[in-house]
Design a protein around this ligand. Sequence first.
Ligand code: GLC
Length: 544
Amino acid sequence: MGSNENQAVVYQVYLRSFRDADGDGVGDLPGLCEGLPAIADLGCDAIWLNPCYPSPQKDHGYDIADYRSIDPRFGTLDDFDALVDQAHRLGLKVFMDMVANHCSSQHPWFRQALAAPADSPVRRRFLFRDGRGDQGQEPPNNWESVFGGPAWTRTTDADGRPGQWYLHSFDSAQPDFNWRDPAVAAEFESVLAFWFDRGVDGFRIDVAHGNVKDQELPDCAPGHNYAMWDQPEVHQIYRSWRSVADSYQPPRYLVGEIWLPESSSLSAYLRDDELDQAFDFGLLIQPWNGPRMRQAVEAGLAQAGGTLPAWVLSNHDVHRAATRYGQEQCLDRPEPTDMIAAARRQGPVDLALGTRRARAVAALVLALPGAVFLYQGEELGLPEVLDLPDEARQDPIWLRSQGRELGRDGCRVPLPWTAGQASNDGFSPTGAAPAWLPQPAIFAGLNRQAQDSDPWSTLSVYRSLIKARRAMFGDDPGIAWLESPPATLALRRGDGVCVVNFGEQTVALPDSWRPDALVSTCPMDWPLLPPDSACWLKAGEGRH
Ligand code: GLC
Protein backbone atom coordinates (compact mmCIF):
# COMPACT_ATOMS: atom_id res chain seq x y z
CA MET A 1 0.00 0.00 0.00
CA GLY A 2 1.14 3.53 -0.68
CA SER A 3 1.87 5.44 2.52
CA ASN A 4 2.59 9.16 2.34
CA GLU A 5 0.00 9.66 -0.43
CA ASN A 6 -2.66 8.92 2.17
CA GLN A 7 -2.11 12.38 3.66
CA ALA A 8 -1.21 14.23 0.47
CA VAL A 9 -2.78 17.40 -0.88
CA VAL A 10 -3.58 16.55 -4.49
CA TYR A 11 -4.39 19.25 -7.03
CA GLN A 12 -6.98 18.14 -9.59
CA VAL A 13 -6.11 19.35 -13.07
CA TYR A 14 -9.03 19.58 -15.49
CA LEU A 15 -6.62 19.90 -18.37
CA ARG A 16 -8.81 21.54 -21.00
CA SER A 17 -9.44 24.43 -18.60
CA PHE A 18 -6.13 24.75 -16.75
CA ARG A 19 -3.88 26.61 -19.20
CA ASP A 20 -3.62 26.89 -22.98
CA ALA A 21 -0.10 27.11 -24.45
CA ASP A 22 -0.86 26.80 -28.17
CA GLY A 23 -3.62 29.40 -28.36
CA ASP A 24 -6.52 27.25 -29.56
CA GLY A 25 -8.63 28.16 -26.52
CA VAL A 26 -8.32 24.68 -24.98
CA GLY A 27 -5.88 23.81 -22.18
CA ASP A 28 -3.03 21.45 -22.99
CA LEU A 29 0.00 19.62 -21.53
CA PRO A 30 2.56 22.33 -22.38
CA GLY A 31 0.18 24.81 -20.68
CA LEU A 32 0.08 22.57 -17.62
CA CYS A 33 3.89 22.52 -17.60
CA GLU A 34 3.89 26.35 -17.56
CA GLY A 35 1.49 26.31 -14.62
CA LEU A 36 3.11 23.54 -12.56
CA PRO A 37 5.26 25.91 -10.48
CA ALA A 38 2.05 27.60 -9.28
CA ILE A 39 0.77 24.22 -8.05
CA ALA A 40 4.06 23.44 -6.33
CA ASP A 41 4.08 26.93 -4.80
CA LEU A 42 0.67 26.28 -3.29
CA GLY A 43 2.32 23.47 -1.32
CA CYS A 44 0.60 20.54 -3.07
CA ASP A 45 2.17 17.09 -3.13
CA ALA A 46 0.68 15.68 -6.33
CA ILE A 47 -1.55 16.34 -9.31
CA TRP A 48 -4.43 14.25 -10.58
CA LEU A 49 -4.96 14.69 -14.28
CA ASN A 50 -8.45 14.13 -15.69
CA PRO A 51 -8.37 11.85 -18.78
CA CYS A 52 -6.16 13.16 -21.58
CA TYR A 53 -6.13 10.08 -23.83
CA PRO A 54 -7.35 10.25 -27.46
CA SER A 55 -11.09 10.73 -27.28
CA PRO A 56 -13.96 12.15 -29.35
CA GLN A 57 -14.59 14.29 -26.21
CA LYS A 58 -18.28 13.44 -25.99
CA ASP A 59 -17.82 13.42 -22.22
CA HIS A 60 -14.60 15.46 -22.26
CA GLY A 61 -12.19 12.56 -22.16
CA TYR A 62 -14.28 10.09 -20.14
CA ASP A 63 -14.91 8.43 -23.51
CA ILE A 64 -11.51 6.94 -24.34
CA ALA A 65 -10.69 5.70 -27.83
CA ASP A 66 -7.07 4.69 -27.16
CA TYR A 67 -5.75 3.96 -23.66
CA ARG A 68 -2.07 4.15 -24.61
CA SER A 69 -1.69 7.61 -26.08
CA ILE A 70 -2.40 11.33 -25.63
CA ASP A 71 -5.14 13.26 -27.41
CA PRO A 72 -3.47 15.52 -30.01
CA ARG A 73 -5.58 18.44 -28.70
CA PHE A 74 -3.59 18.19 -25.48
CA GLY A 75 -0.16 17.30 -26.87
CA THR A 76 1.96 14.22 -27.51
CA LEU A 77 3.40 11.37 -25.51
CA ASP A 78 6.67 13.34 -25.47
CA ASP A 79 4.83 16.28 -23.89
CA PHE A 80 3.44 13.88 -21.33
CA ASP A 81 6.89 12.51 -20.51
CA ALA A 82 8.16 16.08 -20.14
CA LEU A 83 5.29 16.85 -17.77
CA VAL A 84 6.03 13.83 -15.55
CA ASP A 85 9.67 14.80 -15.51
CA GLN A 86 9.04 18.42 -14.59
CA ALA A 87 6.44 17.47 -11.97
CA HIS A 88 8.88 15.09 -10.31
CA ARG A 89 11.58 17.76 -10.31
CA LEU A 90 9.15 20.07 -8.49
CA GLY A 91 8.36 17.34 -5.96
CA LEU A 92 4.88 16.63 -7.37
CA LYS A 93 3.62 13.11 -8.02
CA VAL A 94 1.46 12.51 -11.08
CA PHE A 95 -1.78 10.53 -10.92
CA MET A 96 -3.79 9.79 -14.06
CA ASP A 97 -7.46 8.89 -14.45
CA MET A 98 -8.45 5.33 -15.38
CA VAL A 99 -11.88 4.89 -16.94
CA ALA A 100 -12.58 1.17 -17.08
CA ASN A 101 -16.36 1.00 -16.84
CA HIS A 102 -16.68 2.07 -20.45
CA CYS A 103 -14.71 3.31 -23.41
CA SER A 104 -15.61 5.47 -26.40
CA SER A 105 -17.87 4.16 -29.15
CA GLN A 106 -14.87 5.01 -31.37
CA HIS A 107 -12.59 2.53 -29.54
CA PRO A 108 -11.40 -0.13 -32.04
CA TRP A 109 -12.89 -2.93 -29.88
CA PHE A 110 -16.34 -1.40 -30.02
CA ARG A 111 -16.15 -0.72 -33.75
CA GLN A 112 -15.09 -4.34 -34.24
CA ALA A 113 -17.98 -5.49 -32.05
CA LEU A 114 -20.49 -3.44 -34.03
CA ALA A 115 -19.22 -4.93 -37.29
CA ALA A 116 -19.40 -8.50 -35.93
CA PRO A 117 -22.46 -10.78 -35.76
CA ALA A 118 -24.55 -11.02 -32.60
CA ASP A 119 -22.93 -14.09 -31.05
CA SER A 120 -19.35 -13.14 -31.88
CA PRO A 121 -16.67 -13.26 -29.12
CA VAL A 122 -15.68 -9.64 -29.84
CA ARG A 123 -19.18 -8.59 -28.79
CA ARG A 124 -18.66 -10.31 -25.45
CA ARG A 125 -16.25 -7.55 -24.41
CA PHE A 126 -19.32 -5.29 -24.11
CA LEU A 127 -22.88 -5.81 -22.90
CA PHE A 128 -24.87 -6.53 -26.04
CA ARG A 129 -28.33 -8.05 -25.62
CA ASP A 130 -31.37 -8.73 -27.76
CA GLY A 131 -34.23 -6.34 -27.17
CA ARG A 132 -37.58 -7.24 -25.67
CA GLY A 133 -40.86 -7.29 -27.58
CA ASP A 134 -41.63 -9.38 -30.66
CA GLN A 135 -39.33 -7.30 -32.87
CA GLY A 136 -36.71 -6.72 -30.17
CA GLN A 137 -37.86 -3.10 -30.26
CA GLU A 138 -37.85 -2.59 -26.47
CA PRO A 139 -34.61 -2.18 -24.50
CA PRO A 140 -33.43 -5.37 -22.71
CA ASN A 141 -34.27 -3.86 -19.30
CA ASN A 142 -35.55 -0.64 -17.77
CA TRP A 143 -32.23 0.83 -16.64
CA GLU A 144 -31.62 4.54 -16.96
CA SER A 145 -28.38 6.23 -17.86
CA VAL A 146 -26.75 8.32 -15.13
CA PHE A 147 -26.87 11.19 -17.62
CA GLY A 148 -30.61 10.76 -18.23
CA GLY A 149 -32.58 8.72 -20.78
CA PRO A 150 -32.34 4.96 -21.34
CA ALA A 151 -29.10 3.11 -20.60
CA TRP A 152 -29.44 1.10 -23.84
CA THR A 153 -28.99 2.05 -27.48
CA ARG A 154 -30.01 -0.14 -30.38
CA THR A 155 -27.48 -0.97 -33.09
CA THR A 156 -27.99 -1.42 -36.81
CA ASP A 157 -26.82 -4.64 -38.44
CA ALA A 158 -24.68 -4.81 -41.57
CA ASP A 159 -27.79 -5.37 -43.70
CA GLY A 160 -29.33 -2.14 -42.38
CA ARG A 161 -31.88 -3.89 -40.13
CA PRO A 162 -32.20 -2.98 -36.44
CA GLY A 163 -29.96 -5.23 -34.36
CA GLN A 164 -29.01 -5.83 -30.72
CA TRP A 165 -28.82 -3.22 -27.98
CA TYR A 166 -25.73 -2.26 -25.96
CA LEU A 167 -25.57 -1.02 -22.40
CA HIS A 168 -24.13 2.39 -21.52
CA SER A 169 -24.38 3.51 -17.91
CA PHE A 170 -23.54 7.04 -19.13
CA ASP A 171 -23.78 8.53 -22.63
CA SER A 172 -24.52 6.38 -25.69
CA ALA A 173 -20.99 7.28 -26.86
CA GLN A 174 -19.67 5.40 -23.78
CA PRO A 175 -20.40 1.65 -24.17
CA ASP A 176 -19.90 -0.35 -20.94
CA PHE A 177 -17.31 -3.11 -20.92
CA ASN A 178 -18.24 -6.62 -19.89
CA TRP A 179 -15.81 -7.25 -17.05
CA ARG A 180 -16.76 -10.92 -16.98
CA ASP A 181 -14.77 -11.33 -20.21
CA PRO A 182 -11.12 -12.15 -19.37
CA ALA A 183 -9.86 -10.15 -22.38
CA VAL A 184 -11.07 -6.95 -20.67
CA ALA A 185 -9.24 -7.66 -17.43
CA ALA A 186 -6.01 -8.53 -19.26
CA GLU A 187 -6.18 -5.37 -21.36
CA PHE A 188 -6.49 -3.07 -18.34
CA GLU A 189 -3.62 -4.70 -16.46
CA SER A 190 -1.47 -4.04 -19.49
CA VAL A 191 -2.67 -0.42 -19.78
CA LEU A 192 -1.82 0.28 -16.14
CA ALA A 193 1.67 -1.13 -16.63
CA PHE A 194 2.11 1.01 -19.78
CA TRP A 195 1.69 4.22 -17.75
CA PHE A 196 3.47 3.04 -14.61
CA ASP A 197 6.46 2.21 -16.83
CA ARG A 198 6.42 5.86 -17.99
CA GLY A 199 6.73 7.07 -14.41
CA VAL A 200 3.08 7.66 -13.48
CA ASP A 201 2.69 7.43 -9.70
CA GLY A 202 -0.90 6.29 -9.46
CA PHE A 203 -4.45 6.36 -10.75
CA ARG A 204 -7.79 7.78 -9.79
CA ILE A 205 -10.33 5.15 -10.79
CA ASP A 206 -13.50 6.42 -12.42
CA VAL A 207 -16.83 5.03 -11.08
CA ALA A 208 -14.87 2.21 -9.45
CA HIS A 209 -18.01 0.63 -8.00
CA GLY A 210 -19.65 0.38 -11.41
CA ASN A 211 -17.48 -1.86 -13.57
CA VAL A 212 -19.38 -5.10 -12.92
CA LYS A 213 -23.16 -5.45 -13.32
CA ASP A 214 -25.45 -8.16 -11.96
CA GLN A 215 -25.10 -11.00 -14.46
CA GLU A 216 -28.87 -11.22 -15.03
CA LEU A 217 -29.24 -7.50 -15.82
CA PRO A 218 -32.60 -7.49 -14.01
CA ASP A 219 -35.15 -4.69 -14.23
CA CYS A 220 -34.79 -2.29 -11.34
CA ALA A 221 -37.35 -0.81 -9.00
CA PRO A 222 -37.51 3.00 -8.79
CA GLY A 223 -34.76 4.51 -6.63
CA HIS A 224 -31.30 3.01 -6.40
CA ASN A 225 -30.38 0.51 -9.15
CA TYR A 226 -28.59 -2.08 -7.01
CA ALA A 227 -27.81 -4.32 -9.98
CA MET A 228 -25.78 -1.60 -11.69
CA TRP A 229 -23.34 -0.84 -8.88
CA ASP A 230 -21.20 -2.37 -6.15
CA GLN A 231 -21.37 -6.02 -7.24
CA PRO A 232 -19.21 -8.48 -5.25
CA GLU A 233 -17.16 -9.45 -8.33
CA VAL A 234 -15.85 -5.88 -8.71
CA HIS A 235 -13.30 -6.50 -5.97
CA GLN A 236 -11.39 -9.01 -8.08
CA ILE A 237 -10.48 -6.15 -10.43
CA TYR A 238 -8.85 -4.14 -7.66
CA ARG A 239 -7.00 -7.15 -6.31
CA SER A 240 -5.42 -7.63 -9.69
CA TRP A 241 -4.66 -3.89 -10.07
CA ARG A 242 -3.15 -3.87 -6.59
CA SER A 243 -0.70 -6.56 -7.60
CA VAL A 244 0.25 -4.60 -10.73
CA ALA A 245 0.72 -1.43 -8.62
CA ASP A 246 2.70 -3.31 -5.98
CA SER A 247 5.06 -4.79 -8.54
CA TYR A 248 6.65 -1.29 -8.82
CA GLN A 249 9.03 0.38 -6.43
CA PRO A 250 7.73 2.42 -4.73
CA PRO A 251 4.29 0.79 -4.99
CA ARG A 252 1.89 2.86 -7.06
CA TYR A 253 -1.17 4.56 -5.58
CA LEU A 254 -4.84 3.77 -6.38
CA VAL A 255 -7.78 5.91 -5.28
CA GLY A 256 -11.36 5.07 -6.22
CA GLU A 257 -14.29 7.29 -7.11
CA ILE A 258 -17.00 5.32 -5.32
CA TRP A 259 -20.50 6.65 -4.62
CA LEU A 260 -22.39 4.38 -2.24
CA PRO A 261 -25.58 5.04 -0.30
CA GLU A 262 -24.64 6.39 3.13
CA SER A 263 -25.55 3.11 4.79
CA SER A 264 -23.06 1.04 2.78
CA SER A 265 -19.42 0.88 3.58
CA LEU A 266 -16.44 1.75 1.48
CA SER A 267 -14.21 -0.46 3.57
CA ALA A 268 -14.57 -3.51 1.30
CA TYR A 269 -12.73 -1.53 -1.40
CA LEU A 270 -10.00 -0.55 1.03
CA ARG A 271 -8.85 -3.97 2.13
CA ASP A 272 -5.07 -4.42 2.13
CA ASP A 273 -5.07 -6.05 -1.27
CA GLU A 274 -7.35 -3.48 -3.00
CA LEU A 275 -7.30 0.34 -3.18
CA ASP A 276 -5.17 2.69 -1.10
CA GLN A 277 -7.99 5.16 -0.62
CA ALA A 278 -11.49 6.09 -1.75
CA PHE A 279 -12.89 9.55 -2.28
CA ASP A 280 -15.07 10.71 0.56
CA PHE A 281 -17.96 12.82 -0.72
CA GLY A 282 -19.69 13.01 2.65
CA LEU A 283 -18.57 16.58 3.35
CA LEU A 284 -19.27 17.76 -0.17
CA ILE A 285 -22.99 17.04 0.13
CA GLN A 286 -23.44 18.73 3.53
CA PRO A 287 -24.91 22.18 3.99
CA TRP A 288 -23.09 24.87 5.99
CA ASN A 289 -24.01 23.39 9.36
CA GLY A 290 -21.71 22.34 12.21
CA PRO A 291 -23.45 19.17 13.43
CA ARG A 292 -23.90 17.89 9.88
CA MET A 293 -20.26 18.50 9.03
CA ARG A 294 -19.17 16.83 12.25
CA GLN A 295 -21.26 13.75 11.45
CA ALA A 296 -19.82 13.61 7.96
CA VAL A 297 -16.26 13.77 9.29
CA GLU A 298 -16.95 10.99 11.78
CA ALA A 299 -18.65 8.81 9.17
CA GLY A 300 -15.80 9.40 6.72
CA LEU A 301 -13.15 8.38 9.21
CA ALA A 302 -15.15 5.31 10.26
CA GLN A 303 -15.86 4.19 6.69
CA ALA A 304 -12.24 4.35 5.64
CA GLY A 305 -11.55 1.20 7.64
CA GLY A 306 -7.83 0.73 8.16
CA THR A 307 -6.83 3.59 5.88
CA LEU A 308 -7.72 7.30 5.75
CA PRO A 309 -10.30 9.11 3.59
CA ALA A 310 -9.42 11.05 0.45
CA TRP A 311 -11.57 14.11 1.16
CA VAL A 312 -13.24 15.98 -1.69
CA LEU A 313 -14.96 19.36 -1.42
CA SER A 314 -15.36 20.03 -5.12
CA ASN A 315 -14.55 18.47 -8.45
CA HIS A 316 -15.41 18.70 -12.15
CA ASP A 317 -18.86 17.13 -11.55
CA VAL A 318 -20.39 19.48 -8.96
CA HIS A 319 -21.01 23.17 -8.42
CA ARG A 320 -18.12 25.16 -7.03
CA ALA A 321 -17.94 25.58 -3.25
CA ALA A 322 -18.17 29.40 -3.15
CA THR A 323 -21.50 29.16 -4.97
CA ARG A 324 -22.86 26.21 -2.98
CA TYR A 325 -22.21 27.82 0.41
CA GLY A 326 -23.58 31.15 -0.80
CA GLN A 327 -26.98 29.64 -1.64
CA GLU A 328 -29.82 28.94 0.72
CA GLN A 329 -28.64 25.95 2.77
CA CYS A 330 -30.83 22.91 2.42
CA LEU A 331 -30.93 20.67 5.49
CA ASP A 332 -32.78 17.77 3.84
CA ARG A 333 -30.61 14.71 3.46
CA PRO A 334 -30.05 13.78 -0.19
CA GLU A 335 -31.40 10.45 -1.45
CA PRO A 336 -28.75 7.94 -2.58
CA THR A 337 -29.75 8.54 -6.21
CA ASP A 338 -29.56 12.24 -5.75
CA MET A 339 -26.26 12.87 -4.04
CA ILE A 340 -24.57 14.62 -6.94
CA ALA A 341 -27.71 16.59 -7.69
CA ALA A 342 -27.58 17.85 -4.09
CA ALA A 343 -24.32 19.56 -4.98
CA ARG A 344 -25.67 21.01 -8.22
CA ARG A 345 -28.55 23.17 -7.00
CA GLN A 346 -29.59 26.48 -8.53
CA GLY A 347 -30.96 29.60 -6.82
CA PRO A 348 -29.72 33.02 -5.71
CA VAL A 349 -26.11 33.22 -4.53
CA ASP A 350 -24.45 35.54 -2.01
CA LEU A 351 -20.94 35.06 -3.31
CA ALA A 352 -19.11 37.05 -0.65
CA LEU A 353 -20.72 34.89 2.03
CA GLY A 354 -20.13 31.69 0.06
CA THR A 355 -16.47 32.60 -0.40
CA ARG A 356 -15.91 33.14 3.34
CA ARG A 357 -17.57 29.83 4.13
CA ALA A 358 -15.72 27.95 1.40
CA ARG A 359 -12.42 29.11 2.93
CA ALA A 360 -13.58 27.98 6.36
CA VAL A 361 -14.58 24.53 5.10
CA ALA A 362 -11.19 24.31 3.35
CA ALA A 363 -9.57 24.93 6.75
CA LEU A 364 -11.72 22.17 8.26
CA VAL A 365 -10.91 19.62 5.59
CA LEU A 366 -7.21 20.47 5.51
CA ALA A 367 -7.07 19.92 9.27
CA LEU A 368 -8.33 16.35 8.93
CA PRO A 369 -6.29 13.18 8.69
CA GLY A 370 -6.30 11.82 5.14
CA ALA A 371 -5.62 13.09 1.66
CA VAL A 372 -7.32 16.23 0.34
CA PHE A 373 -8.19 16.52 -3.35
CA LEU A 374 -8.35 20.17 -4.35
CA TYR A 375 -10.16 20.99 -7.59
CA GLN A 376 -8.44 23.60 -9.76
CA GLY A 377 -9.86 27.09 -9.31
CA GLU A 378 -11.13 26.44 -5.80
CA GLU A 379 -7.92 28.04 -4.53
CA LEU A 380 -8.97 31.17 -6.47
CA GLY A 381 -12.47 31.10 -4.99
CA LEU A 382 -14.02 30.89 -8.46
CA PRO A 383 -17.81 30.76 -8.51
CA GLU A 384 -19.91 28.31 -10.49
CA VAL A 385 -20.85 29.95 -13.79
CA LEU A 386 -24.60 29.39 -13.73
CA ASP A 387 -25.44 31.67 -16.65
CA LEU A 388 -23.39 30.25 -19.53
CA PRO A 389 -25.16 30.82 -22.83
CA ASP A 390 -27.11 27.72 -23.89
CA GLU A 391 -25.20 27.43 -27.14
CA ALA A 392 -21.88 27.30 -25.28
CA ARG A 393 -22.88 24.34 -23.11
CA GLN A 394 -21.32 20.98 -23.98
CA ASP A 395 -22.00 18.61 -21.09
CA PRO A 396 -23.88 15.44 -22.14
CA ILE A 397 -26.05 15.93 -19.05
CA TRP A 398 -27.31 19.21 -20.53
CA LEU A 399 -27.73 17.67 -23.96
CA ARG A 400 -29.41 14.42 -22.81
CA SER A 401 -31.82 16.22 -20.49
CA GLN A 402 -32.76 18.71 -23.23
CA GLY A 403 -31.63 21.52 -20.97
CA ARG A 404 -33.67 20.48 -17.92
CA GLU A 405 -30.40 20.05 -16.01
CA LEU A 406 -27.62 22.59 -16.38
CA GLY A 407 -24.97 19.91 -16.04
CA ARG A 408 -21.34 20.52 -15.23
CA ASP A 409 -20.01 23.10 -17.67
CA GLY A 410 -20.22 25.87 -15.06
CA CYS A 411 -17.42 24.41 -12.93
CA ARG A 412 -15.25 23.74 -15.99
CA VAL A 413 -14.74 27.29 -17.24
CA PRO A 414 -11.06 28.07 -18.02
CA LEU A 415 -8.97 29.53 -15.18
CA PRO A 416 -8.01 33.22 -15.05
CA TRP A 417 -4.23 33.68 -14.74
CA THR A 418 -3.62 37.41 -15.34
CA ALA A 419 -5.56 40.50 -16.25
CA GLY A 420 -2.89 41.77 -18.65
CA GLN A 421 -2.13 41.43 -22.34
CA ALA A 422 -2.65 37.70 -22.84
CA SER A 423 -6.01 36.37 -24.06
CA ASN A 424 -8.82 34.78 -22.06
CA ASP A 425 -7.72 36.30 -18.71
CA GLY A 426 -4.24 34.90 -19.26
CA PHE A 427 -5.49 31.35 -19.79
CA SER A 428 -4.21 31.59 -23.38
CA PRO A 429 -1.30 33.43 -25.02
CA THR A 430 -1.88 36.75 -26.80
CA GLY A 431 -3.91 36.49 -29.98
CA ALA A 432 -5.51 33.14 -29.09
CA ALA A 433 -8.93 31.83 -30.10
CA PRO A 434 -11.71 32.42 -27.55
CA ALA A 435 -11.67 30.05 -24.57
CA TRP A 436 -13.72 26.87 -25.20
CA LEU A 437 -16.22 28.07 -22.58
CA PRO A 438 -16.62 31.84 -22.17
CA GLN A 439 -15.27 33.30 -18.91
CA PRO A 440 -17.60 35.66 -17.04
CA ALA A 441 -16.43 39.17 -16.16
CA ILE A 442 -15.96 38.23 -12.51
CA PHE A 443 -13.13 35.82 -13.40
CA ALA A 444 -10.82 38.68 -14.41
CA GLY A 445 -10.86 40.10 -10.89
CA LEU A 446 -10.10 36.69 -9.43
CA ASN A 447 -7.00 36.11 -11.56
CA ARG A 448 -4.10 34.28 -9.95
CA GLN A 449 -1.53 37.00 -10.41
CA ALA A 450 -3.63 39.61 -8.59
CA GLN A 451 -4.44 37.21 -5.75
CA ASP A 452 -0.80 36.27 -5.37
CA SER A 453 0.16 39.61 -3.85
CA ASP A 454 -2.96 40.10 -1.70
CA PRO A 455 -2.35 38.51 1.74
CA TRP A 456 -6.08 37.92 2.34
CA SER A 457 -7.02 36.62 -1.09
CA THR A 458 -8.50 33.13 -1.29
CA LEU A 459 -5.26 32.00 -2.95
CA SER A 460 -3.12 33.32 -0.09
CA VAL A 461 -5.41 31.72 2.49
CA TYR A 462 -5.23 28.36 0.72
CA ARG A 463 -1.46 28.63 0.43
CA SER A 464 -0.97 29.38 4.11
CA LEU A 465 -3.29 26.52 5.09
CA ILE A 466 -1.62 23.96 2.84
CA LYS A 467 1.86 25.06 3.87
CA ALA A 468 1.02 25.03 7.60
CA ARG A 469 -0.90 21.74 7.55
CA ARG A 470 1.96 19.39 8.45
CA ALA A 471 3.55 21.73 10.95
CA MET A 472 0.20 22.21 12.73
CA PHE A 473 -1.19 18.70 12.76
CA GLY A 474 1.69 16.37 11.89
CA ASP A 475 0.64 13.03 10.44
CA ASP A 476 -1.63 12.09 13.31
CA PRO A 477 -4.33 9.75 11.97
CA GLY A 478 -6.91 10.57 14.68
CA ILE A 479 -8.95 13.55 15.86
CA ALA A 480 -10.69 14.52 19.10
CA TRP A 481 -13.59 16.97 19.32
CA LEU A 482 -13.22 19.72 21.92
CA GLU A 483 -15.86 21.55 23.92
CA SER A 484 -16.25 24.86 22.14
CA PRO A 485 -18.45 27.99 22.08
CA PRO A 486 -22.01 27.62 20.66
CA ALA A 487 -22.29 27.33 16.86
CA THR A 488 -18.63 26.38 16.53
CA LEU A 489 -16.84 23.11 15.93
CA ALA A 490 -13.38 22.53 17.35
CA LEU A 491 -11.19 19.52 16.79
CA ARG A 492 -7.74 18.62 17.93
CA ARG A 493 -5.32 16.60 15.87
CA GLY A 494 -1.75 16.11 17.05
CA ASP A 495 -0.66 19.43 18.57
CA GLY A 496 -3.02 21.54 16.49
CA VAL A 497 -6.60 22.72 16.94
CA CYS A 498 -9.03 23.73 14.19
CA VAL A 499 -12.04 25.89 15.09
CA VAL A 500 -14.85 26.74 12.64
CA ASN A 501 -17.51 29.35 13.41
CA PHE A 502 -20.76 28.29 11.71
CA GLY A 503 -22.82 30.93 13.51
CA GLU A 504 -23.84 34.47 12.67
CA GLN A 505 -21.99 36.09 15.59
CA THR A 506 -18.34 36.64 16.34
CA VAL A 507 -17.27 34.30 19.15
CA ALA A 508 -14.55 34.70 21.74
CA LEU A 509 -12.35 31.60 21.97
CA PRO A 510 -11.27 30.43 25.45
CA ASP A 511 -8.26 32.32 26.68
CA SER A 512 -6.57 29.04 27.58
CA TRP A 513 -6.39 28.30 23.83
CA ARG A 514 -4.17 31.34 23.19
CA PRO A 515 -1.81 29.98 20.54
CA ASP A 516 1.83 30.42 19.71
CA ALA A 517 1.01 29.91 16.05
CA LEU A 518 -2.23 30.97 14.37
CA VAL A 519 -3.54 30.59 10.82
CA SER A 520 -6.97 31.95 9.98
CA THR A 521 -9.22 32.28 6.97
CA CYS A 522 -9.81 36.01 7.56
CA PRO A 523 -8.02 38.69 9.61
CA MET A 524 -8.48 37.82 13.29
CA ASP A 525 -8.14 39.84 16.44
CA TRP A 526 -7.42 37.13 19.07
CA PRO A 527 -9.55 35.71 20.72
CA LEU A 528 -12.37 36.86 18.39
CA LEU A 529 -13.33 34.48 15.58
CA PRO A 530 -15.70 36.17 13.10
CA PRO A 531 -18.74 34.35 11.68
CA ASP A 532 -18.25 32.15 8.60
CA SER A 533 -14.56 31.69 9.26
CA ALA A 534 -12.08 29.24 10.76
CA CYS A 535 -8.69 29.25 12.42
CA TRP A 536 -5.92 26.85 13.31
CA LEU A 537 -4.12 27.15 16.63
CA LYS A 538 -0.97 25.56 17.87
CA ALA A 539 0.32 25.96 21.35
CA GLY A 540 3.90 25.51 22.43
CA GLU A 541 5.01 22.40 24.34
CA GLY A 542 2.68 21.09 27.02
CA ARG A 543 -0.33 23.39 26.42
CA HIS A 544 -3.91 22.52 25.31
C1 GLC B 1 -17.22 10.02 -13.33
C2 GLC B 1 -16.53 11.30 -13.78
C3 GLC B 1 -17.47 12.07 -14.65
C4 GLC B 1 -17.79 11.23 -15.86
C5 GLC B 1 -18.37 9.87 -15.46
C6 GLC B 1 -18.39 8.92 -16.61
O1 GLC B 1 -18.29 10.26 -12.49
O2 GLC B 1 -16.08 12.01 -12.67
O3 GLC B 1 -16.94 13.30 -15.04
O4 GLC B 1 -18.72 11.89 -16.67
O5 GLC B 1 -17.59 9.27 -14.45
O6 GLC B 1 -17.11 8.49 -16.96
